[in-house]
Ligand binder design. Structure first.
Ligand code: NAD
Ligand code: TDX
Length: 329
């Protein structure tokens, strides 16, 4: 199995999960180690995998790796919406050209391809409804990040239909868990509090996200790899919808701070209001169910992890906060 972006947050958790739960796979990771990639996420398993430091846009590297794999899972991406608003080029390059490069190699060499995508491709839902995205919701992305992910999904579908690439695709809701970069919402607030800073909430904080534990996402990807139908897309989520304010208040509570001990900072331009995935298809057809149904428990576990693993996140923290400071956030 070739796992691209396997040194990133979800990809590395996927490698660790696969080694623990599916020892039948031989794993090769391809990762260019951007600011978001870190090989130390794979410390425990490096002796059991091949690691290639390289770029998914580089056809010379991608070709032979795809040729020697039966299965490719593509986690490699630029993943942070705020960064895409500052400079969208790396998003267009990695998310679109990178996916194209992988698909062209798949077309030549054959094998199974699974593409990891996001619910952000659908745009957003109104705050005051219980409406959810489904696999047939039209794409309507808002940010350069989500537009580049939507483009990559379209390429996957076109290469599947026109060239017969044996592809599946999944669109997951917001993830949380160990080894998430401190630029993202949940770890930013936890590590702020550990370091004596106040949490920062964009705008009103009423925007809603569906928080899904990374291990549940990865178990869902394995369900698709073993039981999914070629050519199909699957939505993944936990059902745990919370406003950003609710999440921050929960973090504050679990870490022993007052519920109002946070700051409101300027809003993200084009900030999506609400995401929510209808997961009926993956739950009924593939019999996948999330294990982390209680967000409070999953969050408490995650806080514990960040407290115990300062060695891992502390080196990223100053640079991440400097980027936020430059945006006034
Ligand atoms: P991440 O930013 O933590 O990791 C991305 C990884 O890709 C890094 O290791 C990076 O070095 C690598 N990478 C970037 N450009 C590359 C290139 N050109 N060639 C090779 N490697 C490259 O991202 P993540 O949060 O782990 O997200 C993984 C995937 O899951 C992405 O496709 C993202 O769109 C999707 N996703 C993320 C979430 C979430 O909440 N984080 C939710 C749904 C979907
Ligand atoms: O400091 C913050 N304060 C704040 O209020 C940060 C970093 C974020 N936010 C808000 C913005 C969002 O409403 O919190 C919410 C979550 O923000 P992010 O962690 O940046 O995630 P989001 O923009 O929702 O996108 C995430 O989920 C879908 C991932 O980063 C994407 O890769 C994935 O596709």
């Amino acid at each position: 199995m070739l796992i691209t972006g396997g040194a990133g947050f979800i990809g590395a958790n996927f490698v660790n999960y696969t080694i623990e739960n599916h020892s039948e796979y031989e794993i090769c990771v391809l990762d260019s180690l951007t600011y978001a990639g870190s090989k130390s996420r794979l410390d425990r398993v490096l002796h059991r995998i091949d690691f290639v430091h390289g770029d998914i846009c580089d056809a010379e590297i991608v070709g032979p790796l795809v040729e020697s794999a039966d299965l490719v899972v593509n986690f490699a991406a630029e993943s942070h919406v705020d960064n895409s608003l500052d400079d969208s080029y790396p998003f267009v390059r990695t998310n679109i050209i990178g996916t194209y490069t992988l698909l062209e190699a798949m077309r030549r060499h054959g094998g199974r391809f699974h593409h990891i995508s996001t619910d952000e491709v659908f745009g957003d839902l109104p705050l005051e409804t219980t409406e959810k995205f489904t696999e047939s919701t039209p794409y309507n992305p808002s940010s350069p990040y989500s537009a580049s992910k939507a483009s990559s999904d379209m390429l996957v579908r076109a290469w599947a239909r026109s060239f017969g690439v044996a592809a599946t695709l999944s669109n997951c809701a917001n993830n949380y868990g160990p080894f998430q970069h401190v630029e993202k919402f949940v770890p930013r607030q936890i590590t702020n509090l550990i370091g004596g800073r106040r949490p920062k909430v964009y705008g009103t904080g009423l925007n809603v996200r569906e928080w899904t534990h990374v291990d549940d996402h990865n178990a869902a990807v394995h369900a698709i790899l073993s039981r999914g139908e070629i050519g199909e897309s699957y939505l993944i989520g936990s059902g745990n919808e919370l406003s950003n304010r609710q999440v921050v208040e929960l973090v504050l509570d679990l870490m022993g701070f007052a519920p109002d001990a946070y700051d409101h900072v300027p809003d993200r331009p084009g900030h999506d209001l609400r995401y929510a995935n209808d997961t009926t298809k993956i739950m009924t057809e593939l019999e996948w169910v999330p294990r982390y149904v209680d967000f409070r428990d999953g969050l408490a576990e995650t806080i514990h992890w960040y407290r115990a693993n300062e060695w891992w996140w502390q080196p990223q923290k100053m640079a991440a906060e400097a980027r936020y400071q430059a945006r006034g956030q």
